[in-house]
Design a protein around this ligand. Structure first.
Ligand code: ADP
Ligand code: MG
Length: 609
């Protein structure tokens, strides 16, 4: 099979992204390669496709257990036999992987760098035909980078001890020159074919907010993000605890991650997030490297990070699948003091001498200044970041807080009155309160069985907002809650009126809501195509189905299909298997597994609509 066919049949994509083809061709022709592409740029495919085409075995060195597990899971879901070797496997499991390896049952094996030194693995490796060795997150080899991993230094010994030198490929999202030089020199790449694709992530919206009260701002932001998956980064463990607790009290499905938690809890929380059991992760920067969760739709920084590098890396975990996502930083002056303190009093890296340590400290302080500059600039935020990485850019990107001037205040008093009175009528009729779904359904005039059983269709507020989509109504309800007109009961998240609601209901207090204004057509930015209301609803329904299928199979939802794939599906509305195969991200195996369920779901949706 050609690389193009593999791309289509295994991964379900029609076209290569910038840089991918050149790197794949390089490896296939026997050359070393060095791929520098932003997070979400699609580096994995650059070693996975050659792995499937070359004879023998491809080893992928990867720094993180979660990353390996994720990628192997995704490969298996696409029908590729793959495995990983790391400390989560027990002795018998490792032996089983070795046996399968020697029997030629895998094309691609992920391995933690520490393992390369194990004599057991050494003797297996000597008997394998390793044709390609890919070093993922290759910046871990440099002590100038964020994530120096001493065990990466030993990769080159391993290569030199092999009976035959495989083609070596290095992949990273780190742009700085120093790190790049380290990677090439330490890994001893031989005249590698290099690609440095642009660092822009057009689908990410950047914004910096200087709020008076961060917690209130956070609440306001989250109100418009119900059901979406996101990460909130805080600078300290303590802050993680308090923010997480606050949000939990407000009824959000949140979990937390920082280095002070027991390993067991960390793993559990991380999985809750990956598997969408909890859709918000509150964490320190200990969380995230190698998190390939592709459906993260927002990354909020509760505190300013210490450098643009760190910020871009963390924020870049949003929107990996190319769909629109938001990166919002909540800034205030005390963040600068905290960051400076952490740099000046941070723990030293024992592998460096005092002079090197001082050098790093100075460098960190310079990086901090650049970060503060980002928070204060009035110019294009994307431009600021790209400039920092030495990349050319237009003055105005059209998709950041500075360029977009994108909100207008709209008067939603009428809708607010309808919603609040609906909540009141339901309570009067039933004698208890209900949740947002039910309220939305009544307002939309749904013929849902529960509604008819409870005779809620007899209410005067039934169907008052039938021309609005579910998500529009939910956004307004969330806004009313954030503004304090509605409150939710903690355990069941039912909504009830607060005293303030009567001001709107009986004294015509005005309710305003910020609404996004459609940006003017901009040539500079090419955000992914927008969906209309109908498609958005279908997308929600498809997401539900995906969640169910993932749960049954015990895999994260994004391993079934990415958000980008579901959006394309909602747009294309395939009616049969061959149309289903045309959806971006649907390969042969996935089509075989999932076509029936999704086609049925689409048919039903169309019938009901
Ligand atoms: P990176 O490792 O560079 O951060 P990944 O390899 O994890 O990025 O890819 C990010 C996302 O982009 C994945 O969901 C992947 O399936 C998708 N992707 C990769 N290549 C393409 C392509 N050519 N077309 C569409 N989607 C792609
Ligand atoms: Mg990657």
């Amino acid at each position: 099979m050609t690389k193009k066919e593999l791309m289509q049949r295994i991964f379900g994509y029609d076209a290569f992204r910038p840089g991918q083809e050149k790197l794949i061709d390089g490896v296939l022709s026997g050359r070393d390669v060095f791929g520098i592409m932003p997070t979400g740029g699609g580096k994995s495919i650059c070693y996975q496709i050659p792995a499937l085409m070359l004879p023998g075995i491809t080893l992928v060195i990867s720094p993180l257990i979660s990353l390996m597990r994720d990628q192997v899971m995704a490969l298996k879901a696409a029908g590729v036999p793959a495995a990983y070797i790391n400390s989560t496997l027990n002795g018998a499991q490792v032996q089983a992987v070795y046996r399968n390896l020697l029997a030629g049952r895998y094309k691609i094996v992920y391995i933690a760098p520490e393992r390369l030194d194990y004599p057991g693995f050494g003797s297996v490796a000597a008997r394998l035909e390793i044709t390609f060795l890919a070093v993922d997150e290759a910046h871990c080899i440099s002590q100038w980078g964020q994530d120096f991993r001493p065990s990466y230094l030993r990769i080159v010994n391993f290569i030199e001890n092999l009976p035959r030198r495989p083609v070596v490929g290095a992949f990273t999202a780190t742009a700085t020159k120093q790190v790049r030089e380290d990677v090439e020199r330490i890994l001893k790449l031989r005249e590698p074919i290099r690609t440095v694709t642009g660092f822009d992530r057009p689908n990410l919206f950047f914004d910096v907010i200087h709020p008076e009260l961060k917690d209130r701002e956070l609440k306001r932001i989250l109100a418009s993000k119900r059901g979406k998956s996101g990460i909130i980064y805080c600078s300290t463990r303590k802050k993680v605890e308090t923010v997480c607790e606050n949000l939990r009290d407000q009824g959000y499905a949140v979990t937390r991650y920082h280095a002070g938690l027991e390993e067991q809890e960390r793993t559990r929380n991380q999985e809750d997030f990956l598997y969408d059991r909890k859709n918000i992760m509150v964490a320190t920067n200990a969380f995230g490297m190698g998190i390939d969760k592709s459906n993260v739709s927002f990354v909020i920084h509760y505190n300013m990070p210490k450098s643009i590098e760190a910020y871009y890396q963390e924020a870049g975990r949003a929107g990996r699948d190319g769909t629109e996502a938001e990166c919002i930083l909540l800034y205030n002056g005390s963040d600068v003091h905290t960051a400076r303190f952490l740099i000046q009093n941070g723990s030293d890296n024992e592998e460096l001498d005092p002079q090197q340590q001082e050098h790093i400290r100075q460098q960190d302080l310079r990086r901090l200044e650049a970060m503060v500059g980002y928070c204060k600039t009035n110019t294009c935020l994307r431009g600021y970041i790209l400039e920092y990485f030495g990349q050319k850019h237009p003055d105005i990107c059209g998709n950041c807080g500075s360029c977009k001037g994108n909100f207008e205040e709209v008067d939603i008093t009428k809708e607010a009155q309808m919603i609040l009175s609906c909540v009141k009528r339901i309570e009067d009729k039933l004698g208890y309160n209900v949740g947002i779904q039910m309220i939305g359904n009544v307002l939309r005039g749904s013929k849902n069985k529960r509604i008819l059983e409870l005779k809620l269709d007899e209410l005067t507020t039934y169907g008052l907002l039938k021309d609005r989509t579910r998500s529009e109504i939910h956004a307004i309800v969330d806004h009313l809650e954030a503004e304090g007109y509605l409150q939710s009961e903690q355990e069941f998240q039912t909504l009830f009126l607060t005293a303030a609601a009567s001001k709107v209901l009986y004294h015509s207090e005005k309710v305003l809501m910020k609404r996004e204004v459609e940006p003017e057509e901009s040539a500079a930015a090419a955000p992914s195509a927008k969906m209309d209301g109908y498609e958005t609803e279908l997308f929600d329904v498809l997401k539900e189905l995906r969640g169910r299928l993932a749960k049954e199979a015990g895999i994260p939802a994004y391993v079934v299909f990415s958000n980008a794939t579901l959006m394309d599906m909602a747009r294309k509305k395939p009616q049969n298997t061959s149309q289903f195969r045309k959806v971006s991200g649907v390969g042969e195996i996935k089509a075989a597994w999932y076509a029936d369920a999704f086609l049925k779901c689409i048919r039903e949706f169309e019938r009901e609509a």
